[in-house]
Design a protein around this ligand. Structure first.
Ligand code: AMP
Length: 395
């Protein structure tokens, strides 16, 4: 079903409540925003609303205050950051509902924006509470959701609230995410290569199963590869294995065979005796992980093989590092894959907090077609789940 878009909404002179994802990181010393990627991602929507004469009421969750007022989890530093970006003061309301919010909204003029305090200071937010949603609904005439990163959670500001607001739509960032991710599941340009990794197979099983029939090749690395090796009866030493999921791993291998899909597992591994940066390491073949050693990265032959596959792709999706990239030198495989994805002609989508960090650290983020701003949300999207915050925006 079609998602309602911002361009189709009448917003001039209207109070527009825009749900954003301002779950930023703060500098421990200064208490100011230090990584404002999430703020800058929502600026196009805010600027468009301002240019069209809307009265913009911004709201977001921030960290996990669990329904209590926690001063260190106030969104106030984000108001300062927004003011800098927008070149004019963005007032801050001390609460997201009640008198402080109503008074601040009443003062807004056309083209101005303000920020409400952390939604999660109220228990009703995470509880998807109808009464809390009603209090938010009172503040606005139009609802815009630009918080893709929160779209997988049925919380009040993304689920109960929009259902109370007949004039509701997706913001520009939300649409950018949907427009990049939806074709991967519908009609990807072929060959379509999916690269999966990360710590555990348990977290990726649903996405593995959903993408396998849709892709042409699936490349697997990271900790999750070792449950597959174990399922094949290969030695895994002390590598990360989820022994209870070897049956599921074997079933995925069988499904790939039946469907005629290329499913590649590491051809070699970088192994170490300790889970430690700079630990002494060696490269061993696929079936050569010694007892007492753990595989912490894919090896150079794997990188070469995966690079060949990525180079042929017209569409690539990547979620999950190929090794323990936080501990050099076990970052080499992940960085090499990041560079291969960036160097390919394919339409490339990278999702998941760790993979996004890896493409940033590898210095190749500019050459990725779409970097998702939602880790959990992008994974659930690729699992084929209907995200509650998106479903409610369908007309
Ligand atoms: P995930 O959140 O499931 O995508 O997992 C990301 C984490 O997987 C990163 O912190 C990596 O350090 C970890 N990881 C990747 N490869 C391995 C491996 N071979 N052994 C243990 N952990 C790994």
């Amino acid at each position: 079903m079609a998602i309602r878009r911002l361009k189709d909404m009448e917003v001039k002179g209207k109070r527009v409540l825009c749900r954003a994802d301002f779950n930023v990181t703060l500098d421990k010393q200064t208490g100011q925003v230090d990584d404002d990627t999430r703020v800058t991602a929502v600026l196009p929507t805010i600027r468009e609303l301002q240019a069209r004469g809307a009265r913009v009421v911004l709201c977001s969750h921030f960290q996990r205050p669990k329904g209590k007022r926690v001063p260190e989890m106030s969104l106030r530093p984000v108001a300062a950051n927004l003011s800098r970006h927008l070149g004019r003061e963005v007032p801050f309301a001390e609460d997201c509902v009640g008198e402080p919010a109503r008074a601040a909204v009443a003062k807004l003029k056309d083209g101005e924006a303000l920020l409400l305090e952390n939604l999660r200071f109220h228990k009703g937010e995470e509880a998807d509470d109808a009464d809390f949603a009603r209090q938010l609904a009172e503040l606005a005439d139009v609802y815009v959701n630009d918080a893709f990163g929160a779209a997988h959670r049925a919380h009040a500001s993304v689920h109960a609230l929009p259902r109370l607001m007949p004039a509701r739509c997706a913001g520009l960032l939300m649409m950018k995410e949907i427009d990049a991710l939806a074709p991967l599941l519908a009609e990807p340009r072929r060959p379509f290569v999916a690269i999966l990794g990360g710590a555990k197979i348990s977290g990726k099983l649903q996405v593995l199963k959903h993408l396998l029939p849709k892709c042409d090749a699936m490349l697997i690395g990271g900790g999750m590869a070792y449950t597959f090796l174990k399922a094949q009866g290969l030695p895994v030493g002390k590598s990360l294995v989820e022994a209870d999921l070897t049956g599921e791993a074997a079933a995925v291998l069988e499904q790939a065979r039946k469907l005629g899909r290329t499913l590649l597992l590491p051809l070699d591994h970088v192994v170490a005796e300790k889970f430690e940066a700079q630990a002494p390491y060696r490269v061993v073949p696929a079936d050569g992980i010694p007892d007492g050693w753990m595989a912490l990265d894919i090896g150079p032959r794997t990188v070469e093989r995966y690079t060949q596959e990525i180079a042929k792709a017209a569409t690539v999706v990547w979620n999950g590092p190929q090794g323990v990239f936080e501990l050099p030198p076990f970052n080499a495989g992940t960085f090499a894959v990041a560079k291969a994805v960036a160097g390919s002609q394919a339409f490339s989508v990278v999702g998941g907090g760790e993979s996004v960090a890896a493409v940033n650290e590898a210095g190749v983020s500019e050459r990725i077609s779409h970097i998702s701003t939602g880790g959990g949300a992008s994974l659930e999207f690729l699992e084929g789940q209907k995200l509650p915050g998106i479903a409610v925006l369908e007309s």
